[in-house]
Design a protein around this ligand. Structure first.
Ligand SMILES: Cc1cc2nc3c(=O)[nH]c(=O)nc-3n(C[C@H](O)[C@H](O)[C@H](O)COP(=O)(O)OP(=O)(O)OC[C@H]3O[C@@H](n4cnc5c(N)ncnc54)[C@H](O)[C@@H]3O)c2cc1C
Length: 95
């Protein structure tokens, strides 16, 4: 009943997804994520986001983990809708 979006791409990490800068750091029972995801389909509409973040920088591409982030989680915000030439059936925004 609620949609998910997939948040992998970043301003400087498109095809080279392993170059992502978003970090996830454990803080007690929680994980704190910091970073910007760009070109996210249905951002702002989806209730849930599968967010990729670096948890172990030394392991490079093998040190990336997936987190479920909820739209209502503290600190989550969205950019303005991108003005696209096509694919207008869904909004594309930063997260
Ligand atoms: C409408 C839209 C919706 C999107 N939705 C999502 C989404 O929901 N979630 C998400 O995570 N991302 C999303 N994206 C981002 C998309 O996945 C990236 O745009 C894609 O990964 C390419 O990255 P880039 O745009 O940075 O291009 P770049 O990585 O800069 O690539 C530019 C060009 O260079 C080529 N290139 C790159 N590296 C090499 C190489 N090593 N050798 C040869 N050629 C190379 C590429 O093939 C491409 O032609 C969306 C993008 C668009 C346009």
């Amino acid at each position: 009943e609620a949609m998910f979006s997939y948040a992998l791409s970043e301003p400087d990490a498109g095809s080279d997804a392993a170059g992502m800068k978003t970090r996830a750091v454990r803080d007690g029972d929680f994980w704190v994520l910091n970073g910007v995801k760009r070109w996210i389909t249905n951002a702002g509409v989806s209730e849930y986001y599968t967010v990729m973040a670096v948890t172990d920088p030394d392991k490079r591409s093998r040190g990336i983990s997936a987190f479920v982030v909820e739209k209502s989680d503290e600190g989550v915000s969205f950019g303005a809708p991108e003005k696209k030439l096509g694919i207008k059936g869904s909004p594309t925004r930063e997260v």
